[in-house]
Design a protein around this ligand. Structure first.
Ligand SMILES: Nc1ncnc2c1ncn2[C@@H]1O[C@H](COP(=O)(O)OP(=O)(O)OP(=O)(O)O)[C@@H](O)[C@H]1O
Length: 279
């Protein structure tokens, strides 16, 4: 467990939640501090999105509480929450063929409200967010007509334009090509350097190792590990979470990679029949 004593900006304490008869969260506790990137790992269906919705105040827990800067989230107005927490959801569809720049502008509603025309500052924030993600060329395209990865980037840009000090990102790298994936990861680090707090779910343990300050594991409705990436993301953790055997290997740069044992076995099976081994 972590030894950092700084106060949490956002905290879930002993959160409980059920979907119908299914208890999804059974007392999950986690916190997020200024300037840190926390990666959340958990199998499909573990409850990561459910946990995010509770932390954002979009669903009410049946037990436990969410604290924003030390006070109950329920004491804040929707607008105050929107100015504090930005969200990149996993699924999103637009009912109308809005332009990508309109979708990003929605992030500014937290500041401008529904009934005021966007200000110069709102427009600048939108342009900056599009430029930061290198998607300015998509601004005039219809959100319903761009690709899945491009829609994902628009949602990330919307969260950036919102300018909230805390970001909650539900698998934000899903569907991104390698270049955009790297740019978003670097940008997340830059945001944390300037004081933002970022909670991000991922299914890629190597990403969690390379960009997070802390890794949290959600399993069977509880947080079962919370600490430095190298201490938490181990072969044992991955076997327990995903039921796969992996070998941890440190490459020449010192980065840790996980190689599934099945892949190693396949490679060694192929060796005798390769041209080199036939020599
Ligand atoms: N609206 C809903 N109604 C009923 N059950 C739901 C609903 N939303 C989620 N669930 C169930 O709650 C559990 C947790 O779902 P959740 O989406 O939070 O998991 P997750 O960890 O985000 O999964 P994934 O990694 O696949 O996105 C799953 O078993 C899911 O089927």
């Amino acid at each position: 467990m972590t030894t950092d004593r700084r106060p949490y900006r956002l905290e879930g304490r002993d959160l409980r939640f059920s979907h119908g008869a299914k208890a999804v969260l059974r007392g999950a506790s986690l916190g997020l501090r200024e300037g840190e990137v926390v990666a959340l790992l958990g199998a499909n269906g573990a409850g990561k999105s459910t946990l995010f919705r509770l932390l954002l105040g979009l669903s009410r827990p049946s037990g436990g509480e969410v604290l924003l800067d030390g006070s109950s989230l329920r004491a804040f107005t929707a607008r105050q929450v929107a100015q504090s927490l930005a969200y990149v959801p996993q699924n999103h569809s637009a009912p109308f063929p809005y332009r990508v720049s309109d979708i990003v502008m929605l992030g500014r509603l937290a500041h401008s409200g529904l009934f005021r025309a966007p200000s110069q500052s709102d427009r600048e924030n939108v342009e900056r967010a599009l430029a930061q993600l290198e998607i300015a060329h998509l601004a005039e395209r219809r959100y319903t007509e761009v690709s899945g990865g491009e829609r994902q980037l628009a949602l990330i840009a919307r969260a950036l334009a919102q300018g909230a000090p805390t970001l909650i990102m539900d698998e934000p790298l899903r569907g991104l090509d390698f270049g955009y994936e790297q740019r978003v990861l670097l940008h997340m680090r830059e945001l944390a350097r300037t004081g933002r707090a970022i909670l991000v779910s991922t299914h890629n343990p190597e990403h969690a190792l390379s960009f997070a300050d802390r890794v949290v594991v959600l399993c069977e409705g509880r947080i079962t590990a919370d600490g430095p990436p190298r201490a938490v993301v181990t072969s044992e953790t991955l076997r327990g979470l995903y039921g796969v055997e992996v070998v941890a290997v440190d490459d020449l740069s010192g980065a840790r990679r996980f190689i599934p044992c099945a892949a190693l076995r396949r490679e060694s099976d192929q060796l005798p029949s390769s041209p080199l081994s036939r020599g």
